[in-house]
Design a protein around this ligand. Structure first.
Ligand code: NAD
Length: 480
């Protein structure tokens, strides 16, 4: 390998993947990007060989040695027994931020939002994507939503640093913390706290439902948007869809030691093998990769040539309209049109400049130690019974270290003083609080469970109730 070349791994993927990757590599070769390529195989064929994560064990070495992957989309096999390759890559390689810029190319590509220029910064590792799910009773399944302080802090700092780095002026946060006061509440609170360190940047928070409605209606009001994983996943597709074509949008998955660049669309099996796919999403992802590697000249040259190609009406089938296009090009022909324009700049679309140094991954504050005190326990019990009857059984079984404080069903208080209209499943949360003036620890929890077992209470899980520096680390019941 030439020592001046930067090593990168690339994967051709499935469906249209090999065609759009070939087109992208042609352009990278033509601009003489100093890259040393290592191909890794991911996707359908690897799944078929029995690797349930869609990647062979030996490929991890190549990925970790290069630190960068340019990835074409893959087809995720249907049915059980396989894991999503994307989720595996994101979580195994610590790719904490998913950055998706979505830009309108008006008047050259049809869009209802000509001024749209939004960047979604989505948390990539936590939230319900931890994939921790359980069936607990006949009626009820649960999914754990995990939001961590370091995970959220790093992502939010990254969003603010990104805004500064890219000379953007506003960062919007969206959460549902009017309902999820602890998980989304932490994300929102960190956004407010960290935001104070960026007085040069305008910031606001929207509840995610109205936030998504507004971004779908008037995306021009938004600049950088930072969100937890699930909301980020949904909003990324909304903005890509309303922009013009799903074939255009790039994405970067950023971690401290590794980064992955890919188009946001899938493997489009409906048009695979026909040389009609738009390679732009992958190409613009490669441009982001070049800038990430500090190859600013190459990033700028390719990006401007691509804009000029779009301006010149040289369009793939997904973008083609009689009114706006001059030629309907296949995948490879589109790449050749970009190559012909290397060195040119667009006349009307904004000329791109890549001058800055590579963006550093922000440090996060060391964890703040907190005094944690066990003050009670939620015991979840299964069964078909009336709340009053369950309360009576629990009270006679629980001993004097704890007091039964309330019972909820699907989060709604049903004892004491429940309403007869409340529908109840077979899944009860029974809250016991430590008796005032007594010490309460793990041995008391074990003793309580022992007593409940003897009373034939079918407990299915427990959650400890802690205070942290005196603040409750648990939510109240609805109606409590
Ligand atoms: P898709 O994005 O592949 O296709 C949706 C529609 O958009 C199709 O009509 C397709 O023809 C069109 N389209 C997509 N990319 C295009 C392009 N570059 N040029 C022109 N038209 C394009 O979504 P899907 O059909 O829901 O998923 C197909 C497969 O892709 C599934 O197996 C899915 O799991 C997988 N997938 C993979 C990734 C990834 O690897 N990152 C992401 C999303 C979906």
């Amino acid at each position: 390998m030439n020592p001046t070349q930067q090593p990168i791994a690339f994967a051709r993927g499935d469906g249209i993947g090999p065609e759009i990757m070939e087109a992208t590599l042609l352009i990278l070769d033509a601009v003489k990007a100093p890259l040393a390529y290592r191909e890794v195989e991911v996707g359908e064929a690897v799944y078929r060989c029995g690797h349930s994560a869609g990647i062979a064990p030996e490929s991890w070495k190549a990925l970790r040695e290069t630190g960068v992957l340019l990835k074409a989309p893959i087809t995720t096999p249907q049915g059980g027994g396989v894991k999503s390759l994307n989720v595996t890559l994101r979580k195994s390689l610590g790719l904490f931020a998913n950055v998706r810029p979505v830009v309108a190319y008006h008047p050259f590509i049809d869009t209802r939002h000509p001024n749209m220029d939004v960047v979604i910064v989505r948390e990539n590792e936590e939230d319900v994507y931890a994939g921790i799910e359980h069936r607990q009773t006949e009626d009820v399944v649960q999914c754990l939503k995990l939001i961590s302080r370091p995970g959220s802090e790093r992502l939010i700092r990254y969003a603010f640093e990104y805004a500064r780095h890219c000379e953007r002026h506003k960062v919007t946060c969206m959460t549902k913390d009017n309902i999820m006061k602890m998980t989304d509440g932490l994300f929102h609170r960190l956004f407010d706290e960290i935001g104070q360190e960026y007085p040069d940047i305008e910031k606001n928070h929207l509840i995610v439902d109205i936030g998504m409605a507004r971004i779908a209606d008037t995306p021009d009001l938004f600049d950088v948007v930072v969100l937890p994983n699930l909301y980020g996943d949904i909003v990324s597709d909304i903005v890509a869809e309303i922009c013009g074509s799903v074939g255009l949008a790039p994405s970067a998955n950023i971690g401290a030691h590794f980064s992955m660049f890919e188009a946001i669309h899938g493997s489009a099996p409906d048009i695979a093998g026909q040389q009609i796919a738009n390679p732009s999403g992958l190409l613009l992802s490669a441009v982001t990769m070049l800038a990430h590697l500090g190859l600013n000249r190459e990033a700028e040259t390719v990006h401007n040539a691509w804009l000029k190609t779009i301006e010149d009406g040289q369009h793939t089938a997904d973008l083609y309209t009689e009114a706006r296009s001059k030629a309907r090009l296949g995948t490879r022909a589109f790449a050749e049109a970009v190559i012909e324009r290397l060195g040119e700049t667009p006349a009307r679309l904004p000329v791109q400049h890549y001058t800055g140094a590579r963006m550093e991954i922000p440090d996060i504050a060391p964890p703040k130690p907190a005094t944690k005190k066990l003050v009670g326990i939620d015991v979840f019990a299964a069964g078909r019974m009336a709340a009053e009857a369950l309360a009576g059984q629990l009270q006679s079984a629980c001993g004097d270290a704890v007091t039964l404080a309330m019972i909820t069903n699907r989060g709604v208080k049903v004892w004491p003083d429940g309403l007869p209209e409340t529908f109840c499943t077979d899944h009860w949360r029974c809250r016991f609080m430590a008796t005032e003036g007594r010490s309460f620890g793990h041995a008391d929890v074990a003793d309580l469970l022992q007593r409940l077992a003897q009373a034939n209470i079918d407990f299915i899980k427990t959650e400890h109730l802690y205070t942290f520096d005196g603040e409750p680390g648990y939510s109240m019941g609805q109606g409590q």
